[in-house]
Design a protein around this ligand. Structure first.
Ligand code: ATP
Length: 228
C-alpha cells in the first residue's frame, strides 16, 4: 500500500502479511508510518494505491465498521476508551456489538478474568493508570472476537511485571489462532513475543524476518540512529 500526504509518502509500496496463530511485529522510528498502516488496514484511511485483503477478501473499499464485522479489531496509540464508563462497561459495549452479543455477559466476565481486570471492573476508565487503561482497550478489542488484531503501542505505560503478563497474553491469543500485529517501541517485548518482525523506515520496509535476524541487521540499527 501507498499513502501520500501531498508530496510526502507516509507509506511507499509497503506489503506485509499477518498469519493466523502468529504475532507479527511492526517496528520503526517515530514517523516511520506504522500508525498510518494501521489506519489503512482498519479502514480509517484510504490508500493512494494498494489493497487490503482479509482472509483473502478484498476489503479496501469497506469502511471500518464493515471490516470490524469481518473480524478485524484494533487499539489506538492515543487511548480511545469511554472515560466515564467502568472497565466492565467498556468491555460490554464492544461485546454487545460483537458476534457473541447474545452472551455478552459471559464474554465480559471471561475477559475480565483473562486480562486480570476483575478486581477493578467497577473503576471508571479515566481513573486508570495508562498501562492498565491500555489493557482495557485490548480487552475491548478482544470482546469483538477478532481474527485479526492490530495493537498500536499496547505496552506503553506498563511496568516490567505488567509487560511480562502482557507478553504471555499475546502468545496465548496467537495460540487461539488470532493473527496479532504488534506496533511497539518496547524492543524487549517485540523480540520476545514476535514470530516475524517488519521494520518500517520513512514509509518503506527495510528489513523483515524472525526477531534474531532483524535484531542483527545493520540497516535497522542505522535507521534507529537516524542514519538510513
Ligand atoms: N494526517 C496527516 N497529514 C500529513 N502527514 C501525516 C498525517 N498523518 C501522518 N503524517 C505523516 O506521515 C508519516 C508517518 O506517520 P505515522 O504516524 O504513521 O508514523 P508512526 O510510525 O506511527 O510514528 P510514531 O511511532 O511516532 O507513532 C509522518 O511523517 C507523519 O508526519
Amino acid at each position: 500500500m501507498t499513502v501520500a500526504f501531498g508530496g510526502h509518502r507516509a507509506l511507499d509500496g509497503v506489503g506485509l502479511t499477518a498469519e493466523p496463530g502468529r504475532v507479527t511485529g511492526l517496528i520503526g522510528p517515530n514517523g516511520a508510518g506504522k500508525s498510518t498502516l494501521f489506519d489503512v488496514v482498519s479502514g480509517l484511511r484510504r490508500p493512494s494505491a494498494g489493497r487490503v485483503l482479509l482472509d483473502g477478501r478484498d476489503v479496501t473499499r469497506l469502511g471500518p465498521a464493515r471490516r470490524a464485522r469481518c473480524g478485524l479489531a484494533r487499539t489506538f496509540q492515543r487511548l480511545e476508551l469511554f472515560g466515564r464508563l467502568s472497565v466492565r462497561d467498556n468491555l460490554r459495549v464492544a461485546a454487545e456489538l460483537g458476534p457473541e452479543r447474545r452472551r455478552a455477559d459471559r464474554v465480559v466476565a471471561e475477559l475480565l478474568d483473562r486480562l486480570g481486570l476483575a478486581p477493578i471492573a467497577d473503576a471508571h476508565a479515566d481513573t486508570l493508570p495508562t498501562g492498565v487503561a491500555r489493557l482495557v482497550e485490548v480487552g475491548r478489542a478482544l470482546a469483538a472476537r477478532p481474527t485479526l488484531l492490530l495493537l498500536d503501542e499496547p505496552a506503553a505505560g506498563q511496568d516490567g511485571e505488567e509487560t511480562e503478563r502482557f507478553a504471555a497474553l499475546l502468545r496465548s491469543l496467537a495460540g487461539d489462532g488470532v493473527a496479532v500485529v504488534l506496533v511497539e517501541h518496547d524492543m524487549g517485548l517485540v523480540m520476545s513475543v514476535c514470530d516475524q518482525v517488519h521494520v518500517l523506515n520513512l514509509g518503506k520496509i527495510i528489513s523483515s524476518g524472525p526477531p534474531e535476524v532483524v535484531r542483527g541487521d545493520e540497516t535497522v540499527l542505522a535507521a534507529y540512529l537516524g542514519d538510513a
